[in-house]
Structures are given as C-alpha cells and as structure tokens.
Design a binder for this molecule. Sequence first.
Ligand code: ADP
Length: 165
Amino acid sequence: MTPSGRVAVCPGSYDPVTNGHLDIIGRTARVFERVVVGVVNQPVRKAQTLFTAEERKAFIDDATSDLGNVEAKIMSNLLVEFARENGASAIIKGLRAISDFEYEFEMNQLNRKLAADIESMYIFASANYSFLSSTGVKEIATFGGDVGDLVPAPVAKALAERLAR
Ligand code: ADP
C-alpha cells in the first residue's frame, strides 16, 4: 500500500496495555485519520509474555472501542514492513522520563536505515503516566496491589486472576 501521511502505526508489546499506552494511542488518533496499533507477536527484547498476542489485542480492542479510527492488529513481521502493509508513513512512539530515550534513539536510526520513507515520531508521556510501564503494573499485581488507576478495568481483572499470589 502507498504510504499515506494520514495513517500512523503505534507499535508495542502491550503486555498488557496500560493507561499510558492508551493516552498515546488516543492522542495519535486526534492527529491522524487512522491509527493501527501493532501488537508485537513475540517481542525480542522481552522474555515470554504474560498474555497471548490475541489477549493483548483484545484488551486494546475493548479499550479503544469508542475511537472509530483505531484498529489493533497482531504484528509478526518487521515494523517498517508492517507500517508499509498498512499504508502508514509514520511510526508513533511514546517517550517516558529518560528511560526510553536511548533505546528509541537507536531504533530510530535502524528503522531509518531500513526505510527512509517511514518517519518515526515521538509523543511525550503525560506527566501522570511518565513512570508507568507494563512491567511495573505486573509487579504490583503480583503482590496483590491495586492497579485500577493504571490499566483498564478488564485488564486489572485479568491481572488479578493470572498473577495474584
Ligand atoms: P512497555 O515498555 O510498557 O512494555 P511497550 O513495549 O508495549 O511498553 O511500548 C509501546 C510504546 O508505548 C513504546 O513507544 C513505549 O515507549 C510507549 N509507552 C509505554 N508506556 C508508556 C507510558 N506510560 N506513557 C507513554 N508512553 C508509553
């Protein structure tokens, strides 16, 4: 598909999706006509995911059902190829306080080398989500902590069922 400035891809492992991810997806959806959320099937950087790709996608489908221009898809190929397949000219990523910068800086250069026509762009995390990560949420849930403010309700429920010790 020809890349269009109207379509953006928001990639991630989303294991599980948090309110921080949803903030980035929602803000992207206000700027672009169509947003494809790419759910990485088997993340390279991370060990086994807690939720299957289908479960991770279903949580995003549920949480974005009120946004008519957002669609989640499972992504099993190279990010720039996925962006091309979906006619996207932009990859949008969220940047949290300091921690994301180094990794994103490297990935930006690699992706640019692979596909100079697809631009990676960054949205700063909202202040209240700047320290929120899927890993942190899983850690809290493992010890029975309340994650109700950090993730959508169905995700909080699933985490409690799967993780609580
Ligand atoms: P995580 O690091 O939480 O496992 P992912 O690998 O699923 O997240 O990341 C998907 C994208 O969402 C990345 O661009 C990441 O920087 C961004 N992101 C993750 N958590 C937040 C947050 N709380 N606020 C803004 N962006 C975030």
